[in-house]
Write a protein that binds this ligand. Structure first.
Ligand code: FE
Length: 341
């Protein structure tokens, strides 16, 4: 092959690729998702039925997908990244992965504190206090700050301080109590530990029910899962524990989100925005939130979920999710210094 014919061959190949990409624009959407809920199947099927756009899904753990996106760079086939936790969404944003999305519909339907210029939250979960009803007066545990009070010495168990859910809470506390106040809180909390952090939120709830510790922090959907379980041992767990919405008289209960955004290198940007808008529809919101016992972000969406109904309503912290995400690195430093491993 001469240089000229080689070049012609390469140019023809590039043109063919370009044509392929243009014709694919209408019909396909590549989704990187860290959500794995059965009800999501209906969500994707409904979107395809309504728009004719087929969804290719790559599922993985949050951090693995993020790593994959970094490695693929501008060659990534991904159009959208969907995950849980504001800190992880912020990490993707910091890496410059997201494209700005302008959509009147999204701005109308997703509350201002639940989106940034690039990514949108589609459901919320609260981080609440769970206590042993036989051992603890609920009046003692009405605020996050109370978990650091000397009255709870040796009674608190909680998952690792490095876990995103605790980092997001720490980040919210930095906004409300300041850095020094948050460090004092973390030191008090660690001083109250009944045991070193181990396991997830569900393990802590079970430990509280079993009396291994008396108070913990948990995301609401873990509680809802136990509430909806028909296993006798789960029933017993719920009989033994009480749930408090923290800080109802001050800044409100800390909420975190699940959400997503369009990637800067998205091969199908129009379909990507269509999908984000679809996730904000009443129908998708109900599916999306029910899939993991979460609350929809769109006020008009109706959720029929007995566990969420039983948990009742509460005042949520109105902190902006972007602000929340920004402080997580600082929260990690504070927790490290306080010895919350
Ligand atoms: Fe979780």
């Amino acid at each position: 092959m001469t240089f000229r014919s080689g070049l012609r061959y390469i140019l023809a190949a590039i043109a063919a690729l370009g044509a392929g990409a243009a014709s694919a624009e209408e019909n396909v959407l590549n989704l990187y998702s860290a959500r794995h809920y059965q009800t999501d199947e209906a969500l994707y099927a409904d979107f395809t039925k309504a728009t004719g756009i087929r969804i290719n899904r790559i599922e993985g753990k949050e951090d693995e997908l993020l790593e994959r996106l970094r490695n693929e760079g501008s060659n990534s086939p991904a159009d959208l990244f969907i995950t849980v936790d504001a800190a992880r969404l912020a990490k993707a944003d910091e890496l410059g992965l997201f494209a700005p999305v302008k959509s009147k519909l999204l701005e109308q339907r997703v509350p201002a504190n639940l989106h940034t210029g690039t990514w949108y939250a589609f459901s919320t979960r609260a981080r609440v206090i769970v206590y042993n009803r036989a051992e603890i007066q609920p009046a003692l545990v009405q605020r996050y700050e109370d978990l650091a009070a000397p009255a709870l010495k040796g009674k608190v168990c909680v998952r690792s301080g490095g876990y995103p859910y605790n980092l997001s809470l720490g980040s919210a506390l930095i906004s409300h109590l300041g850095e020094a106040g948050t460090e004092e809180w973390a030191r008090g909390l660690v001083a109250n530990f009944a045991r070193s952090p181990k396991g997830g939120d569900t393990d802590q709830i079970k430990a509280v029910a079993a009396g291994e510790c008396q108070v913990t922090l948990s995301n609401t959907y873990y509680i809802a899962r136990i509430m909806r379980s028909d296993k006798p041992e789960d029933r017993k767990v719920m009989e033994r524990v009480g749930v408090v919405w923290p800080n109802q008289k001050s800044f409100g209960t800390h909420i975190n989100v699940s959400g997503g955004g369009m990637l800067k290198t998205a091969p199908h940007p129009q379909a990507a925005v269509k999908f984000l808008e679809y996730l904000a529809s009443d129908e998708a919101q109900a599916h999306f939130a029910n899939g993991n016992n979460e609350w929809p972000v769109v006020k008009s969406a109706v959720v029929a979920n007995p566990a969420l109904e039983a948990l009742g309503s509460f005042k949520a912290d109105s902190l902006n999710v972007g602000t929340l995400a920004k402080n997580t690195a600082q929260a990690q430093k504070i927790f490290d210094r306080a010895g919350w491993r």
